[in-house]
Design a protein around this ligand. Sequence first.
Ligand SMILES: NC(=O)c1ccc[n+]([C@@H]2O[C@H](COP(=O)([O-])OP(=O)(O)OC[C@H]3O[C@@H](n4cnc5c(N)ncnc54)[C@H](OP(=O)(O)O)[C@@H]3O)[C@@H](O)[C@H]2O)c1
Length: 257
Amino acid sequence: MTRYAMITGASRGLGLALAEALARRGRNLILVARQRDALEAVASELTQRFGVEVLFRACDLSEPLRISGFLLELEESDRHIDLLINCAGLRSYGHFLAQDWMQEQDLIEVNILALARLCHVIGNAMAVHGGGQILNVASLAAFQPGPWMSNYAASKAYVLSFSEGLREELRQSGVKVSVLCPGPVRSAQRLIERLASSQRVLSPEEVALYTVRALARNRAVIVPGRRNRLLTYGARLGSRWLVRKVAGAINLAYRPR
Ligand SMILES: NC(=O)c1ccc[n+]([C@@H]2O[C@H](COP(=O)([O-])OP(=O)(O)OC[C@H]3O[C@@H](n4cnc5c(N)ncnc54)[C@H](OP(=O)(O)O)[C@@H]3O)[C@@H](O)[C@H]2O)c1
C-alpha cells in the first residue's frame, strides 16, 4: 500500500511551501484545494523536481457533500495517508456585523468543520493502520481574542485547543497530533503585505522548513520565530482585559486598506 502525505490548501502560500518541503524529503503527496488548474501545475512541478508521486483533488472544503465524495474515494482506493496537514484556511477582517454572513459561515466550515472531519475520518484510518501524524494549522491569533477578526481568531483558538486535546486522546493509538501557530507569513494576503513592509516577517518556506523539522521531533505546539514565541507568553501572562485591548489595537493598525 502506497503511503501519502495529504495537504489541504496546498495550491499556494504555506500549504504549497509545506508540500515542497515534504516532496524534497521524498514524500508522495495528495494535494487538496478548490482550483484544479493551480493544483495541476503544482503537482507537475513537484513531480518533475523531486521525482515523487503527487496526486491532487479539487474539493471545496466549505461544502460538506463534496468532502463526503472525496472521503469515499479515498476509502475505496488503496492509498494510505500517514501524514495529514490541515492547512486550508479562510480569513475575514472588519466589523463582524458588517460582514457577509455566507463568508463567515464558509470560514467556520473550512477552518473548523472540515478540519475536524478530516481528523476524524483519516485519524481513524491511521489508527487502524497502527499510526500516523496529523498537523493542524492554527495561528498566533489562536492565543487571544482578535477584535476586528473575531471569527477568524476564534476559529484558530478552536484549532489549537482541539489539536492539543486530540494529541492526548490519541497517544495510545499511535497517531501523533501537532498544531502549527505561525505569526504573519509573507503571502498573497493584503494584511500580511502591509505587515511585511514594516517589520521582519517569515517567508512560507522558512515556516515550512521549521515545521517539518519540528514534526520530525513530534513537537506539540509549533510556533516559528523567536518573537512570535515571546508573544504567546505575553498573551498567556497578561490580563484578558489588557490582552484583548492590545490585540484589537494591533489588528486595527494593520487593517487591510
Ligand atoms: N499567511 C499568514 O500570515 C498566516 C498566519 C497565520 C496562520 N495562517 C494560516 O495558515 C494557513 C495557510 O495560510 P496562507 O496565507 O498560506 O493561505 P493562502 O495563501 O490564502 O492559501 C489558502 C489555501 O487554501 C485553499 N483554500 C481556500 N479556501 C478553500 C476551500 N473552501 N476549500 C479548499 N481549499 C481552500 C486555497 O486554494 P483555492 O483558492 O484554490 O481553494 C489555498 O491553497 C491558513 O490556515 C491560515 O489561517 C496564515
